[in-house]
Design a protein around this ligand. Structure first.
Ligand SMILES: Cc1ncc(C[n+]2csc(CCOP(=O)(O)OP(=O)(O)O)c2C)c(N)n1
Length: 606
């Protein structure tokens, strides 16, 4: 192939040349035989460290599928491309490695969109190879053609349209590099069918160099010193920690800093597990459904140190009244996140791990006894987290509490989106990074089951528990068969309240109980405001669904059966679906009404 010089602008701001360095091609010619583009893609997965590929076939990727089974790659066939991306995402979150998926053009590619956007919002490294119609047919409305570059541009860190087979080894290396460096994110490689069939002698370059994309970021030492001085002087400091600490493998350094300088720590949903929630310094989660102590501490602190968090609106509420007394410091690898939502007084751009390592020796060993005493009083005033003890119906919070007790806090919890997600954050205490996996930024229902499959593949010897709602599980329930096929012993816990619970909660509070479009009963209407657990009016029948997919099932509606059932299922090496019939009217508390100040949170309903 003759290498054509073409330069394209990327979302990363990088300007990448799609031409292969002639020297590389020539050298390879001399040494090795030619490979097809399809083979280069599959080899590219292996050469760049992938072990598991989640893929779904179709016309324009048949050449790739023809060679993928000649490698040692562990190939998994999810039953929907959305499932493939979420599974790759769960694998990436649980392992810290790049998740990989492979899909066909047109509908195969468009089915990945929600998964890519989910990964993009949470900064998860993925490489997604999409087949494309032949180069000559692009733009002709060819069969199964979709403008993957156009569609994925705003929801990926970068995307490539491969125009020359000679570029594939280099582009594959660049895709993995871009996905995993700086703030991680998903990268799409769109490969036309004719390019897959052409031959090349090109090989993976020794090193990746992308003009205008330089993720080798070294924080300014003066900014770190300024932050250390602020920490040494602060009377009421708080560490506000996000998923960046987990992505940056900096949980130990963060914990060391908190202990050395005696700084209370609150985490975002994505930051759960970055600091042990059992530690006396833990304030637990902050924000809309955060703990009273965490939110009050943020509102009253004189120094707020954000580490790998992005001041999301679910955290800040009204930004003009967020942390009003604080000097704000922000450590983040992503420069664009600093100062985006909130005025930052001490910006530190850099990878959190080396920044914290450099910061630590400059920080004095300290105690903040009056501040800790005030915080302890908030913890007593509204303990994090509680639920009513006098409910007639089984409460979902109780079930999660028991999951925590029986698993001894050692499970990897993967959630879907809704009330159960927040309760999983409240009633399970996380002490290890990568032990809580959830779609935070996009809030994607349907994420939980496939992500749990990915997590179990990444961590085969650990207990993986998917906590899902009866609504969200129906969005990707087909993936259950994958767990059975690959003997993945995931435990799926469906908290069945017969409602789209989180939406019902908002309708109860903000729409005068007009329960519109949220009831998941046989009639689709509210038969009885408080459905008795024995009344089997919910559809689908999740036990039959489990059976149809070859999984074990168990339905539980009495509190006294929960612990023995959990013990049995956690000891099993098979996949299980457990359905808990829970109160349809439980609410997630505390709750900050949207766009209100953190100070105005509701801790109890009248
Ligand atoms: C794909 C998608 N569609 C819609 C929503 C809006 N939404 C957020 S929570 C929720 C209800 C979830 O219900 P369920 O899965 O039963 O969980 P629960 O809240 O009852 O725990 C909905 C519809 C969403 N987050 N994602």
């Amino acid at each position: 192939m003759k290498a054509k010089k073409r330069t394209q602008r990327t979302q990363t701001g990088a300007s990448t040349s799609c031409a292969t360095a002639p020297a590389v091609v020539k050298e390879a010619h001399a040494m090795d035989e030619l490979r097809s583009g399809a083979k280069c893609i599959v080899d590219g997965f292996v050469e760049n460290g992938a072990e598991v590929v989640f893929g779904y076939p179709g016309g324009v990727v048949l050449d790739i599928f023809n060679v993928i089974n000649t490698t040692n790659l562990h190939f998994i066939l999810p039953r929907h491309e959305q499932g493939a991306v979420h599974a790759a995402d769960g694998y990436a979150r649980a392992s810290g490695k790049v998740g990989v998926c492979l899909v066909t053009s047109g509908p195969g590619a468009t089915n990945t969109i929600t998964g890519l956007a989910t990964a993009y919002m949470d900064g998860i490294p993925l490489v997604c190879v999409t087949g494309q119609v032949p180069l000559t047919m692009i733009g002709n409305d060819a069969f199964q053609e979709a403008d993957v570059m156009g569609i994925t541009r705003p929801i990926t860190k970068h995307n490539f349209l491969v125009r020359s087979v000679d570029d594939i080894p280099r582009i594959m290396a660049e895709a993995f590099y871009i996905a995993s460096t700086g703030k991680p994110g998903p990268v799409v490689v769109d490969v036309p069918k004719d390019v897959q069939r052409q031959k090349t002698a090109a090989r993976k370059p020794d090193r990746v160099h992308i003009r205008s994309y330089n993720p080798e970021i070294h924080a300014d030492a003066r900014h770190i010193t300024k932050l250390a001085e602020a920490i040494n002087q602060a009377q009421r400091p708080v560490l506000y920690v996000g998923g960046g600490v987990i992505a940056g493998n900096a949980a130990q350094e963060l914990t060391d800093l908190a202990h050395k300088a005696d700084i209370p720590v609150t985490t975002t949903l994505m930051g759960l597990g970055s600091f042990p929630e059992t530690d006396p310094l833990a304030l637990r989660m902050l924000g809309m459904h955060g703990s009273f102590a965490a939110n009050m501490a943020v509102q009253d602190c004189d120094l707020l140190i954000s580490v790998g968090a992005r001041f999301d609106d679910r955290v800040t509420g009204r930004v003009d009244s967020f942390a009003p007394k604080a000097t704000v410091a922000h450590i983040d690898v992503d420069r664009s996140a600093i100062g985006k939502c909130i005025r930052t007084h001490i910006p530190v751009q850099g990878y959190v791990k080396p920044v914290l390592q450099e910061l630590l020796p400059q920080v004095r060993s300290n105690t903040h006894t009056p501040w800790r005493t005030r915080i302890d009083a908030w913890k007593v005033e509204h303990p994090a987290f509680t639920y009513p003890q006098d409910s007639k119906l089984m409460l979902p919070q109780f079930v999660i509490d028991q999951i925590y007790q029986v698993s001894k806090g050692q499970a990897i919890i993967v959630t879907d989106v809704g009330q159960h997600q927040m309760w999983s954050a409240h009633f399970y205490k996380y002490t290890q990074p990568r032990s809580f996996i959830s779609s935070g930024g996009l809030g994607t229902m349907g994420f939980g089951l496939p992500a749990a499959i990915g997590a179990q593949l990444a961590r085969p010897n650990e207990l993986v528990v998917a906590i899902v709602g009866d609504g969200g599980i129906q969005m990707n329930a087909q993936e259950l068969v994958v767990a059975v096929e690959h003997k993945l012993p995931i435990k799926v816990m469906i908290l069945n309240n017969g409602r789209l619970g989180m939406v019902r909660q908002w309708q109860e509070i903000f729409y005068n109980r007009n329960y519109s479009g949220v009831v998941l009963t046989r009639s689709g209407r509210l038969v009885n405001e408080r459905i008795a657990p024995e009344q089997d009016v919910y559809l689908p029948d999740f036990m039959k669904l489990a059976e149809a997919h070859g999984a074990n099932g168990m339905r539980i509606s009495r509190e006294k059966d929960v612990v023995p059932a959990l013990k049995k299922v956690f000891a099993s090496s098979e996949p299980w679906v457990m359905e808990f019939i829970v109160s349809p009217e439980a609410n997630v508390l505390p709750m900050g009404p949207p766009n209100s100040s953190l100070s105005d949170m509701i801790c109890k309903f009248a």
